[in-house]
Design a binder for this molecule. Structure first.
Ligand code: MTE
Length: 314
């Protein structure tokens, strides 16, 4: 019910028109060409051409304004409004992503080469933050599995570790005496989670290249997990046989586990996870929605965890 075929909503139908029109359209054309055209600048949005996906939800997308102004990207500050103000400092071109570890073909990809064969799709996903709010985001991206296939994981690989760029000279939130997190930001997935067709590497949203505050030029999107698994501005992907360290688990292991599957039955130690506030819906007094197991993607992913005690492996 929550997943439909061939979503038909155009970005222009739901984005406040002035915002949509004020964005800079540089070049149309093929997915790769459009994207590469957008890589020359810092925060310029370039249009992307993407096919539609059977995995999209038919819920109404959150406005572009909310998606790009209410962010978590601690490298640019801990307040929700800071990434939108500060992330323009991040230089996203040139950009390389090193894919290494237990693979037959370790490769450092220039972003253009990483994207050349990618078949971009629009995927409208429900996103649930561990803090109790949610959004619906029309991502543009391609399956992480497609990239992993290019480097040929070895049979011994069991997990995938991810790292964000660390650039104190550009990132306003990583300096100073008090470190909010142990940088660089790190995340990880089990290999079967990484290979699941819902798991995306996103390069855009609302039909254009990613704004920096949303993790340009390349970020992870795992819609059945809490939002913090969606690591931004990725520079390294490492296949390994050990469960990777993850930033929030290192910071507060009793609050944030490795799996972080959305689960209304397992409370955060300091608050319930049973309901959520949909951003853009009538402010603080809007009725909260019930949170769904695996964020509504249980039909697709519950099988990955068959036999596991999800209270223990939270
Ligand atoms: N990635 C990095 N590098 N640093 C961060 O602080 N925050 C995470 C995740 N990825 C974060 C990150 C959290 S807590 C959330 S909820 C999502 O990004 C938010 O993504 P969005 O701002 O695009 O909605």
């Amino acid at each position: 019910m929550l997943i439909r075929r061939g979503p038909d909503i155009k970005a222009s139908e739901i984005t406040p028109k002035e915002i949509y029109l004020s964005r800079r359209h540089l070049l149309g054309g093929m997915a790769g060409a459009g994207l590469i055209a957008g890589l020359g600048g810092k925060a310029d949005a370039a249009p992307l051409t993407a096919g539609k996906s059977a995995f999209s939800t038919d819920e109404a997308p959150t406005s572009l304004k909310d998606i790009t102004s209410y962010n978590n990207f601690y490298e640019f500050g801990t307040d929700k409004s800071e990434p939108a103000r500060n992330a323009h400092r991040l230089t996203t071109s040139p950009w390389t992503v090193k894919v290494d570890g237990m693979v037959a073909k370790p490769t450092t990809f220039a972003l253009e080469d990483l994207l050349k064969p990618a078949k971009l799709e629009e995927r409208i996903y429900r996103m649930r933050c561990v803090e109790g709010w949610s959004m619906v985001i029309p991502w543009v991206g391609f399956p992480l599995a497609d990239l992993l296939a290019r480097v040929e994981p070895l049979g011994s690989a069991k997990y995938v570790a991810f790292e964000t760029a660390l650039r104190p000279e550009e990132m306003t939130g990583v300096g100073g005496f008090f470190k909010v997190l142990d940088w660089p930001y790190r995340e990880g997935l089990r290999l079967d989670e990484a290979l699941h067709p819902l798991t995306l590497l996103a390069v855009g949203l609302y039909g254009e290249t990613l704004p920096n505050q949303n993790g340009a030029p390349l970020r992870l999107v795992v819609p059945w997990k809490y939002g913090f698994k969606g690591i931004k501005s990725i520079v390294r992907i490492t296949l390994t046989d050990k469960e990777p360290q993850t930033s929030w688990n290192m910071q507060a292991p009793q609050e944030y586990g490795f799996y972080s599957n959305v689960n209304p039955d397992v409370d955060h130690p300091r608050w319930s996870q049973a309901t959520e506030r949909r951003i853009g819906e009538g402010g603080l007094f809007a009725k909260r929605r019930p949170t769904l197991p695996f964020n509504g993607y249980a039909d697709q992913v519950a099988g990955l965890y068959a036999g596991m005690d999800l209270r223990k492996f939270y």
